[in-house]
Design a protein around this ligand. Structure first.
Ligand code: ATP
Ligand code: ZN
Length: 214
């Protein structure tokens, strides 16, 4: 393996992709991102970009297959992988919230006691419930979480919300926010000295881009 380049993993296609690419470009790093490519070499910086599913990024960074990654804090925290969060990037802001059926008379978190909650974020939800001394059943499902209460699969949901319109259109109301997220840069704990130096250069450029925007 080449210890003298930085391999940076970003989401292949989704809500993080465009801003991740934009950030790298604004840092002055040039590369050819032809459609469908899974990796590409930067032409003016010792870096390679990998295009992956966001859920896979923390694991690749923990293993050192990628040295850096851009993911939502929600995904990074849920993965529980041993990586360093080196910088908050300020985009893809969203929140992880609990929703219940609109007609449900909800007062506070203790109303969730004994209920079933469908989510793709079982770890973050468990953390929240136990810190509030609430015992509920967590149903881990892989998608279409919001439909669960209306089909009787669960009493509540815990999912990513940005505007709340998906909750509303499924007859749900948002009752608790359990986690606030934005895109972050994560780094492997096994960087070579050269890679640490490249990371410092990259962070310096990212911070300059952020300052210029504010
Ligand atoms: P993949 O196919 O890569 O697994 P995905 O469907 O899991 O993609 P996206 O919906 O593209 O993921 O969301 C990626 C990340 O963007 C989320 O983990 C979250 O951090 C953030 N995000 C999700 N929804 C929103 C939203 N509505 N507004 C802003 N950011 C969001
Ligand atoms: Zn994903």
């Amino acid at each position: 393996m080449n210890d003298n380049i930085l391999r940076i993993a970003i989401q292949k296609s989704g809500r993080l992709s465009e801003d991740s690419l934009k950030l790298i470009k604004e840092c002055g790093i040039r590369f050819d991102n032809g459609a469908g490519k899974l990796k590409t070499d930067a032409t003016n910086f010792p870096a390679q970009i990998l295009f992956l599913r966001d859920d896979d990024i923390p694991g690749y960074v923990e293993d050192g297959v990628a040295h850096l990654g851009i993911v939502g804090e929600n995904v990074s925290e849920e993965s529980n992988r041993d990586v360093d969060t080196v910088h908050k990037l300020g985009f893809s802001k969203c929140r992880l919230s609990i929703g219940v059926l609109r007609e449900h008379d909800y007062n506070n978190v203790s109303d969730l006691e004994g209920k079933s909650i469908a989510t793709t974020y079982p770890r973050l939800l468990e953390k929240y419930l136990s810190s509030n001394n609430v015992k509920a059943q967590i149903h881990e499902i892989s998608g279409s979480v919001e439909i669960a209460p209306s089909i009787g699969l669960a009493d509540a949901v815990c999912d990513i919300v940005s505007s709340g319109s998906t909750l509303l259109s499924n007859g749900l109301k948002e009752v608790e926010t359990i986690f606030r997220s934005e895109a972050v840069m994560i780094a492997s704990k096994h960087l070579s000295e050269v890679q640490k130096d490249l990371l410092d250069q990259l962070l310096f450029r990212i911070k300059s881009v952020q300052v210029a925007k504010n």
